[in-house]
Design a protein around this ligand. Sequence first.
Ligand code: RIB
Ligand code: CA
Length: 326
Amino acid sequence: MTRKIIIDTDPAMGTKGGDPEDCFAIMLAMNSPELEILGITTVQGNVPVERGFSNAKYLIDSFQKDIPVHTGVPGTYDIERNEKRKWLSERKEMEQLTPMIEPAENDLSAPSFIAKTCVEHSGEIELITIGPLTNVAKAIDEDPDLSKHIKKITMMAGAAKVPGNVTPAAEFNVWADPESAAKVFSAGIDFTLVPLDVCHKTRFSRKQLESIGKNKHPFCQFVNESVDPWLKINPNHNIIDQGLHLYDSLAVALSFSPELAKFKKAYVTVETKGEYTDGETVCEFNESIMGQVFKPKPNAEVALDIDVEGFNKLFEERVLNYLINL
Ligand code: RIB
Ligand code: CA
């Protein structure tokens, strides 16, 4: 039986210098018979939301798929937070490789599409979120009963037992909009957290990009042009040689191949008032003293280890080889 999913994403392939990895994750989903993608919704994150929409549309059109794409609006869930994260909706200086595609005027917004689709397919939809949780939090506001209708969420978010990647405390997707994460974590929806702990075990290497670039198909040339600047963006030379992390592709893979990971139940919350720790995901595995005393009920399954080889094989078969042989 296929799983009906909606992917909420901040795709940057098409915008020079943005993290292009969401688009590999979407390609993996499109090439996975286990998944039926009912829609893609875009959120402010790696790139301003208008560019994310355009990049998602470009990808879907290139794959000639009939998948609706719905955009969120610029800004974070909480108005005050928006002031602090304003630059996320700006970044006008980034070079766009593709012509901008605009949403139709009467298109449903991303939160409305999520709410409507999850109610129409009550109990059947799994959300895969690979960007900040703004759209999902707003969808819950639109329909306070929405939690009952969503089967589960698999989310690339947070850091359980390792440091963050934007600050020592916080991972990007949660840091970008902590209040939306707080809303979603406490909504009573089953969720699986795919945190940096496991994402950092994955790599997309320069060698793999070169193998795509050898194919003169226009889409492969587009991938090459889009991913190359990102591989160079990080001043850490190890990263340049070893490549980028496949955070979001891992979340997609675990949504239908959970056997690739080891999970542990935890009560997951998020810091929204910290001076230095905003966006930190606090995962209580009931191993701390307070955890052992109060035993908070887990709200999530947290991936803490993965079968790296198994994931690499899946990614190679369904994304890399697909592109090489286009
Ligand atoms: O922290 C990793 C997340 O932020 C991923 O979703 C990736 O797209 C990013 O920039
Ligand atoms: Ca992402």
